[in-house]
Every structure is written in C-alpha cells, then in structure tokens.
Design a protein. Structure first.
Length: 116
C-alpha cells in the first residue's frame, strides 16, 4: 500500500520516477480488481457501468413524469435496453483489439478476424 511517506520520498527524489517497460500488476500493488461473490468477480469498472445506467434511468424516469415531457415510460425502457446492448456489444467488439499485440495501433485491427 502506498503511504504518504512514500509519496514524500518520490517528490524529494524525482529520479525515483523512472519509466519502466514492465506492466503494472494488481497483486504487486496490493489492490483488488473487484468484489468477489462466490465464484463470480464483479470488477470495479462493471460496477461503474451499472451505477451509471441505474443513475441515468432513475434521473430520466423522474424527468419524464413532468408534464410536457417528449418521452414516455416505454420509450425510456427501450432507450435503456438499447444502451445496455450497445455497451455490451461495444465492449465485446473492442476486447480483441485491446488485448492483441498484433493490433497496435488499435485502428489497424479490423473485425475480419485479424485480432484472433
């Protein structure tokens, strides 16, 4: 765990901040990747997606109750379902490009199977 004394050392010795080609490893930093519920791991970024979707749904549901709203409840449900499908589909299509060294830079990776 990084302490304030460690940060003070880094500030006092700028040479300690050296770029490394080695990747950062979660287990070496003492950080968790998510919350484990039995065999299931809920990663923190998935919880952020979930909080954003639920928060947006709640906010829009409150807004459409007002008179003169251009959207009704069925349209809101359709919008949220479309957003969820888009998020899952977009994350699934980007995964091969982000994990395959052959796709560097990422825009050279196509969905035609080059990524894996």
């Amino acid at each position: 765990m990084l302490l304030l004394t460690d940060l003070a050392h880094l500030v006092s010795d700028p040479g300690a901040l050296v770029a490394s080609s080695e990747p950062l490893r979660w287990d070496e930093l003492g950080l968790r990747q998510g919350i484990e519920i039995g065999p299931l791991m809920l990663r923190f970024y998935s919880l952020a997606y979930l909080a954003g979707i639920l928060g947006g749904y709640w906010l829009l549901a409150r807004m459409i109750r007002r008179p003169g709203s251009p959207m009704d409840r069925d349209q809101l449900d359709t919008l949220i379902l479309g957003l969820i499908i888009g998020i899952i589909g977009g994350a699934g299509s980007a995964t091969p490009c982000s994990t395959t060294p052959a796709c560097s830079p990422p825009w050279t990776c196509s969905s035609s199977g080059r990524a894996g």
